[in-house]
Design a protein around this ligand. Structure first.
Ligand code: ADP
Ligand code: ASP
Ligand code: MG
Length: 422
């Protein structure tokens, strides 16, 4: 049994869905679990609907929702599905519209993240309904599985923590002895109280690993718009090379430092059960791509990871106290409460600097809280460049036209915080 995961880019239009169908068809005689994300940029559109809805702008939310419906209807129209295949999709559209039309309940404080997890998962529900309808339409017998009932999480909305034992038995029970072809959603799960949760943005890779782990899959393949894992993101780097094989450790570190091709949580469950992960191109499915697993990599290729839109925050105690001894647990507590992850940190006697993603929904509040304890300075619009298996030539290459604000080196990795030289 294998797990295939298809992300938003692979199913963004009817041609994409046909292509996904042809990749699945090659596995027609094998058990296959297909994990699918929301189509194209649907998740972003749904996030905007949450913003409108939470601001009490129900009309705007409904209007935005209509645009999401139209986008999906245009895709469906190309397939000319019979009415029995259209019915569940249209039922989902109607259910969402009536939910959005209902006002927020009274004066009771409603958690933004809980509402988010009621609205944003719809993208995955619809995409899997459409993909399942398409596969049925081309004659592949398929079962649609509801990940909200199979991937059990706690109620940390927008970042659900997986209950592995329960998830494993729920998935095994649903699949039974004859798995066949299954289509299910990435990114979403549910609590014991049947509330929907999400696993964090871009979490569908992780979902594929959850299904693979729970069933002891032979392998997982995540199908991408790139030939595999490259030594840099081709959006930021011209001359990239394919990394044909990576150890679990290398893949974990690349993802941790921000190589967005694999979601950081994906590797651990696979490593724990020794399940190989293939990263392959949905455009050229016959190419070998990248194998992540128990492989020996003799001479690692230097890899570059760019994180843009970074903020360097420096904290200075106002009373000249040593920051490490007196303040660090307070600082970490404030970052954790604000839900802001630290990408890099540096300590001096009288200051503590951190680099974080510049998230407008979380940072201003965090800065206010920090200011009640420290003098706070910060630099915006920075890039954090991480080079794995670096040498001086690779560092020099990255620093062309940049000003270096902070540098941190270990034996295998260097991190550079830079800004453009105006
Ligand atoms: P999905 O469709 O599964 O959501 P993503 O868009 O999240 O796929 O991931 C694929 C993208 O990851 C590529 O288009 C590429 O821009 C980016 N990427 C970042 N780092 C790398 C890397 N090291 N190798 C390949 N792609 C990378
Ligand atoms: N659709 C979700 C997102 O865009 C999950 C995913 O694509 O992995 O974040
Ligand atoms: Mg993605």
């Amino acid at each position: 049994m294998r797990v295939y995961k298809f992300g938003g880019a692979s199913v963004r239009d009817a041609a994409g869905i046909r292509n996904v169908g042809s990749i699945i068809q090659r596995e027609a005689n094998n058990d296959l679990i297909v994990v699918v994300s929301a189509m194209g940029k649907t998740t972003n559109a749904l996030e905007e609907i949450v913003v409108s809805y939470m601001a009490g702008r129900a009309d705007e939310a409904l209007l935005r929702w209509q645009n999401v419906v139209i986008m999906h209807e245009l895709i469906i129209a190309e397939f000319e599905f019979p009415s029995d295949l259209l019915a569940p999709i249209r039922a989902t559209f109607a259910a969402v519209a009536s939910k959005l039309a209902a006002p927020l309940p009274g004066e009771a404080p409603v958690s933004y993240d809980a509402v988010y997890d009621q609205i944003v998962p719809i993208g995955e529900v619809i995409s899997t309904q459409i993909v399942a309808a398409y596969l049925t339409h081309i004659g592949l017998p398929v079962r649609w599985a509801d990940a909200r009932q199979l991937v059990r999480t706690d109620d940390t909305f927008r970042e659900g923590k997986v209950d592995w034992a329960t998830t494993q038995s729920l998935i095994q029970e649903f699949m039974g002895d004859q798995i066949g072809l299954i289509v299910t959603q990435g990114f979403i799960g549910g609590t014991a109280d049947a509330e929907t949760t999400t696993l964090g943005r871009e979490g569908s890779d992780y979902s594929a690993a959850i299904f693979g782990y729970s069933l002891g899959a032979e392998s997982i393949t995540i199908w991408k718009d790139v030939p595999g894992v490259l030594n840099a993101d081709p959006r930021y780097f011209d001359e990239t090379v394919l990394l044909p094989a990576l150890t679990y450790q290398d893949a974990t570190e690349l993802a941790y430092y921000g190589a967005t091709v694999i979601h950081p949580k994906t590797i651990k469950p696979l490593q724990n059960k020794g399940i190989p992960l293939y990263v392959k191109s949905f455009v050229k499915p016959d190419q070998p791509g990248t194998l992540v697993g128990a492989v020996a990599v003799e001479k690692p290729t230097p890899s570059f990871i760019f994180k843009v839109n970074q903020l360097l925050i420096s904290l200075h105690p106002t009373d000249f106290s040593f920051i490490a001894e007196d303040n660090l647990s307070l600082v970490f507590g404030l970052f954790a409460t604000a839900g802001v992850k630290i990408n890099l940190m540096q300590l001096t006697a009288l200051s503590f600097s951190v680099v974080v993603d510049s998230k407008p929904d979380r940072i201003p509040d965090l800065l206010d809280r920090l200011r009640t304890h420290f003098r706070v300075t910060y630099n915006e619009d920075l890039e954090l460049v991480t080079i794995r298996h670096y040498d001086q030539t690779t560092i020099d290459r990255v620093l062309v036209g940049k000003k270096l604000l902070l540098e941190q080196k270990s034996r295998s990795t260097v991190q550079l915080v830079v800004r453009d030289n105006q």
